[in-house]
Ligand binder design. Structure first.
Ligand code: NBG
Length: 797
């Protein structure tokens, strides 16, 4: 597409789709016009992929996930369709700045963190590889809350990404599926009729997901909840307006909010309803498609693979069995076989509080037939394994992890260490009963978004050196290694990093009013705020470092900017206190005339995908400091390393694999191993001893405890300091001294810029393995047993 064709397309949509005259168009109008112009190019490719899938009778993959953290879509689409030149040129001719247009798009924040972002990277990789696949989720009216700070405290506001029209979705009123809740069951021999007492409609909204070079397109289908019956006209006519609208409002609550809940279980009935709502709608849709092509249900596992993303859609097992038995007359044992061969389940966390359970009373009331089926599944499983202690329904609760496991033919972990820990901890007994079921699929990230699109300076340098294939075969980055031995090339690598740091510094100055020196170490920790991720370890080290600078301000310190980003679950008081402490520290430190040249603390509010795209390319040091054994994988760690940041981290999650690949000399390792953590935790007084042994730690804790950063309320952080000094479940104190050592090592390395450049560039060159294309290939082979369509080799766009 040429620049002038693009210009015509934009003006056409501005005029006829948006009904705006160019002289009156706002940024929003231009953005929508460009989006539609790009979308038009996508649609043909998308249709073609669907046609081929049917014609070639291909197996499809269905990814069921309560979260898809897709962020902005316009830039992705432009990049993958290779329309950058045309779009840039056309907008230039029209006098509209491309960057402003890109940044005008609201983030689709339909996820909490890593789990949701992984789902989004997977969709893109599936499309890139030509794998017929479909994502299914909920079209939340309000995504993850918008975070702001009031005197340093986190305030949550609703995120309203749908306030303006959304350019990327196609509404599918014809795809409307009835979903029932409650009611009663009438058993007729083996099968039963379920008569729900409440019904809502799930209506589909489709977003095309286009792969690299537009060679394949898949669909993300998100369900909106609608009332069965419109509003109550009789009541309305009597003047009872609120009551007339009530059924509609109630039905809508199902797709209203995303629970800010990635590691703590809410226990809310609404959450269970959401889970059943989208799972049941998706299964119906999948079966409808299958039955339009085949008439033998035994073929289902050969033609469909359904991935259960964490336990949230684990009700899929009983629901699929219910449909097969009650509505298709399949014998129970066979129905379980078919369902199991079709389903597979990914576990994303070992934190016990995050493994969902539902009380039997609630479950029995809401899903009476499913409760009966779960008991029969348990029965079958007990007989097959001759075990009695691992039922899904146990101790008055339904354990969704166990249910997911029993009903899946493969269960995967998301990094090597995590997968091993699954076998020895949460799923120990199940693993013994089904030793071939657990497999590992280490997470990955899409290089199109996380390097090509978000870091154009580095991307251009890489392409110039090794050609552009790397965006599709990320392992090609290995070819950079010889360039890294060339001092002149390394200088250009560092110049790209510095330019990214200058851009970020300018943004921080403009948006947050803090001036930072781009020659500082940019030391970044961005992720959900959680004790296991240990932002407080980082904060303690920051305090201790600040104290040392104050002791001796003229000692030639290496300047450092500590950047934090992330949201705390609204009910998680401890995490919210950590946010506030970071902000209180920033206020004191950034205005300290003795230290502020050497140390700044920055906490931009409302961390989201777009902010990540801004921060990661500018990072020198990536903080991956969770208590070993707690972070299932991490995916931010991969994005940082790929963008040439060095990791300071523990042997946890995918850090282990990152370190193996980049080489231990290019990674700042510290802390106890997962095994050591367990052993140390069992020693009474571990925290007290660690504090007594490290005067720096004691002094830093005391500064926080005594109100150095909260003079107006000295006791504000007692709950944190008390917890660290005594209980310290996450072993912050015990890992502090080693963390301090690693931080100083990082500083020393940074002071030698040539050496640092070498280490940083090797991180980029050696992390190609972390492409989500590799991960998806792994699932295709080990879990889904599916092949991709053949894609044309040449770029004919
Ligand atoms: C998260 C883990 C991360 C992991 C992502 C993606 C949940 C429940 N788990 O370590 O905490 O990278 O999943 O697998 O959100």
């Amino acid at each position: 597409m040429t620049r002038s064709e693009m210009k015509d397309a934009i003006v056409h949509h501005l005029t006829y789709t948006l009904g705006k005259d160019a002289s009156h168009a706002q940024l929003y109008d231009w953005r929508m016009a460009l989006s539609y112009a790009v979308r038009d190019r996508i649609v043909d490719r998308w249709f073609e992929a669907t046609r081929r899938t049917y014609a070639e009778k291909r197996k499809r993959v269905y990814y069921l996930s309560l979260e898809f953290l897709i962020g902005r879509l316009l830039k992705d689409a432009v990049v993958n369709m290779r329309l950058e030149e045309a779009a840039l040129g056309a907008l230039e001719d029209l006098g509209i700045p491309f960057r402003e247009i890109i940044e005008d798009e609201p983030d689709a924040a339909l996820g909490n963190g890593g789990l949701g972002r992984l789902a989004a990277c997977f969709l893109e990789s599936q499309a890139t590889l030509g794998l017929p696949a479909m994502g299914y989720g909920i079209r939340y009216e309000n995504g993850l809350f918008r975070q702001s700070f009031d005197h340093g405290q986190q305030v949550e506001e609703p995120e309203e990404w749908l306030r303006q029209n959304h350019a990327w979705e196609f509404v599918r009123p014809e795809v409307s599926i009835d979903i029932g809740f409650g009611g009663h069951v009438q058993e007729i021999g083996q099968r039963a009729n379920w008569y729900p007492s409440e019904m809502v409609i799930a209506m589909g909204h489709d977003t095309p997901i286009i792969g690299w070079k537009g060679r394949w397109g898949n669909t993300l289908r998100l369900w909106e909840s609608r009332p069965m019956h419109g509003f109550d006209l009789a009541r309305f006519n009597r003047g009872d307006y609120a009551a007339a609208a009530e059924p509609e409002a109630l039905a809508r609550t199902l797709s209203r909010v995303l629970y800010p809940d990635d590691t703590t279980e809410q226990g809310k009935e609404l959450r269970l309803r959401q889970e059943f709502f989208f799972t049941a709608a998706s299964l119906r849709d999948i079966l409808r498609r299958f039955e339009s092509e085949y008439d033998d249900l035994k073929l289902l596992p050969k033609k469909a693979a359904i991935q259960i993303n964490d336990t949230h859609p684990a009700i899929a097992g009983p629901e699929l069995v219910r449909i097969l038995v009650d509505e298709r007359n399949v014998e129970f044992g066979e129905a379980v076989e078919i369902a199991r061969a079709t389903l597979s389940y990914t576990n994303h966390t070992l934190l016990p509080e995050a493994l969902e359970t539902w009380g039997e009373a609630r479950m029995g009331r809401l899903l009476p037939r499913h409760m009966q089926i779960i008991d029969r599944i348990d029965d079958l499983h007990r007989r097959a394994t001759k075990t009695s202690n691992i039922n899904a329904h146990q101790d008055g609760k339904v354990h969704m992890g166990t249910l997911g496991f029993i009903m899946a033919h493969k269960v995967n972990g998301v990094a090597a260490l995590h997968t091993e820990l699954m076998k020895t901890t949460v799923f120990k007994d199940l693993h013994a009963a089904y030793p071939d079921r657990i497999v590992n699929q280490t997470n990955g990230v899409t290089p199109r978004r996380w390097l090509l699109s978000s870091n154009p300076r580095l991307a251009a340098l890489v392409t110039e050196a090794i050609g552009e294939e790397w965006a599709y075969h990320l392992e090609e980055l290995k070819k950079l290694e010889p360039f890294i031995e060339d001092a002149a090339w390394l200088e250009r690598f560092m110049a790209a990093k510095r330019a990214n740091k200058v851009s970020l510094s300018n943004w921080i100055a403009e948006d947050l009013g803090v001036s930072v020196d781009p020659d500082s170490i940019f030391d970044i920790q961005v992720k959900r705020i959680h004790e296991y991720k240990r932002q407080h370890l980082n904060l303690l080290e920051t305090v201790a470092h600040w104290q040392e600078i104050r002791d001796n301000p003229n000692a030639g310190w290496t300047p450092r900017v500590k950047i934090f980003g992330g949201k705390a679950f609204p009910g998680y008081i401890y995490a919210k206190n950590m946010v506030r402490l970071a902000n209180d520290m920033a206020a004191v430190m950034n205005s300290d005339p003795l230290t502020s040249r050497y140390l700044k603390v920055v906490f931009p509010p409302n961390y989201n995908v777009s902010l990540a795209e801004r921060l990661i390319p500018a990072a020198d040091l990536s903080e991956q400091i969770s208590t070993a054994g707690k972070e299932a994988s991490g995916t931010g760690n991969m994005k940082f390393a790929l963008n040439g940041a060095l990791t300071i981290g523990t042997l946890d999650g995918a850090n282990v694999e990152i370190r193996d690949l980049v080489g231990p000399e290019n990674f700042f390792l510290f802390g106890m191993t997962a095994e050591e953590v367990v052993a140390r935790r069992a020693e009474p007084g571990h925290a007290e001893r660690a504090i007594a042994a490290d005067p720096r730690l004691a002094r830093a804790l005391e500064a926080i405890r005594s109100g150095r950063f909260s003079p107006d309320e000295p006791g504000r952080y007692h709950s944190i300091t008390e917890n660290l000094a005594h209980d310290d479940y996450f072993m912050v104190c015990s890992d502090f001294s080693d963390y301090w050592r690693a931080q100083r090592e990082a500083e020393t390395a940074f002071a030698d810029q040539a050496k640092w450049a070498h280490m940083a560039a090797l991180n980029t060159a050696r992390t190609g393995w972390f492409s989500s294309d590799r991960t998806i290939r792994g699932y295709m082979k080990d879990v889904w047993d599916v092949e991709a369509a053949r894609l044309a080799d040449i770029d004919d766009n």
